[in-house]
Design a protein around this ligand. Structure first.
Ligand code: SF4
Length: 59
């Protein structure tokens, strides 16, 4: 199975339905109509992709 760019993108928001299905919502769709709110997966190429920053765990 191909891994989607959305998995590693800072614009992705995880949405889980009441039935437990998982959807990847593209946050860029809210401000840029070139992007779909729920892009067909997997996304293998995307002009809006921005790598997620590592989350730092503070002690
Ligand atoms: S900008 Fe592209 S890679 Fe990022 S969440 Fe949206 S569709 Fe996926």
């Amino acid at each position: 199975m191909t891994t989607s760019l959305c998995e590693f993108c800072s614009h992705t928001k995880d949405v889980v339905s009441a039935k437990g299905s998982r959807f990847l919502l593209c946050g860029k769709a809210a401000t840029d109509n070139r992007f779909q709110k729920y892009p067909p997966q997997p996304v293998v190429q995307c002009g809006g992709f921005e790598q997620k920053k590592e989350e730092k765990i503070s002690e």
